[in-house]
Structures are given as C-alpha cells and as structure tokens.
Design a protein around this ligand. Structure first.
Ligand SMILES: [Zn+2]
Length: 163
C-alpha cells in the first residue's frame, strides 16, 4: 500500500538536485531537463514538459508562491521605505506613487519565478504529482517507466476527500 509518509519510490539519482531544479523553475525551465518550459501563460503551468514529457499538472504550489512573494517584497520595499523616508525629505506625491508602483512591479515580476522554483522543489522531493519516476534522460519523450510504478494517478485522490 502506498502511504504519504514514505519517501517517493523513484530513484532519487534520476532527479535534478534541489538547487539546480529550483533555479530552472525560477527561470521558467523544466526542472528535469532544463529545456522545456514550466508555464504556458503567466501562472498557468503546462500539463507536461514539451521537451522531456515530465508531467507537471499534479504540482501543488498552491499558496506558497504568493506567501513567499509577499514576504520578499515586504522586506525589500519596507526596508527601502524606511531608509529613504527617514534619510531624505521626499515629496509626498513621490512617496505615494513610487512605493505602490515598486510594490506592484516586484510582486508581479516575482510571482512566476517563485512559483517555478516551488515547483522545482516539489519535483526534486517527488511531492504530489511528481511521485512517479521522471522521464528518462535521453530526451526520447516516450515516458519510459521503471519497475515498481507506485505513483498511479489514483494515489492523488485522497488529498481532496476531506473538504
Ligand atoms: Zn523537461
């Protein structure tokens, strides 16, 4: 029986390591092959990588990317506001335009990269939809399966049952 407490069945050496996988996701590249794309549109994740066939639709990034973006942008903008408003005599109209604009640009600009990095993290640890063995490295795109294919799609269902 498959339980969620046990580590994922696929051989970990077949997966990209954590930092490169997150960096690839940050740059909108497939965490497995680094060639395909993670996103089809702004925050819409592709069902699968177009280069290697890695299935990505089972990711559960959920609220973590916006949480991290709020954390990052809050610290960046908060620091700048304190530094500049305390050190210089800034006209009110500049304060009222620059800070909200900077916040908006940083938040929108970081949301996709941070979500990609979170998906890269989930891929490396075989979380959620990444429990199956990733495609072979050859780039054939045929989705070769290894022995003990424990991560069937049915295994994803129980998470939704407790609503
Ligand atoms: Zn790929």
């Amino acid at each position: 029986m498959e339980t969620y407490a046990s580590p994922p069945a696929p051989a970990p050496q077949d997966r990209t390591r954590l930092v490169p996988a997150m960096a690839r996701g940050f740059l909108n590249r497939c965490p497995h092959c680094g060639e395909g794309h993670v996103f089809g549109r702004f925050l819409k994740v592709r069902p699968a990588c177009e280069a290697c066939g890695l299935e990505m639709e089972g990711h559960r990034a959920d609220d973590l990317p916006p949480y991290l973006v709020i954390f990052l942008v809050g610290h960046i903008v908060g620091y700048l506001v304190l530094e500049i408003e305390m050190g210089y005599d800034v006209p009110l109209w500049i304060s009222l335009t620059v800070w909200p604009l900077l916040t908006l640009v940083l938040a929108l600009g970081l949301l996709q990269p941070v979500k990609g990095a979170v998906i890269g993290l989930q891929y490396t640890f075989g979380m959620h939809g990444f429990g199956k063995a990733p495609p072979a490295r050859g780039g054939t795109g045929t989705g070769e399966r290894r022995g003990g294919d424990a991560g069937t799609r049915a295994g994803d269902a129980p998470e939704l049952g407790s609503a």
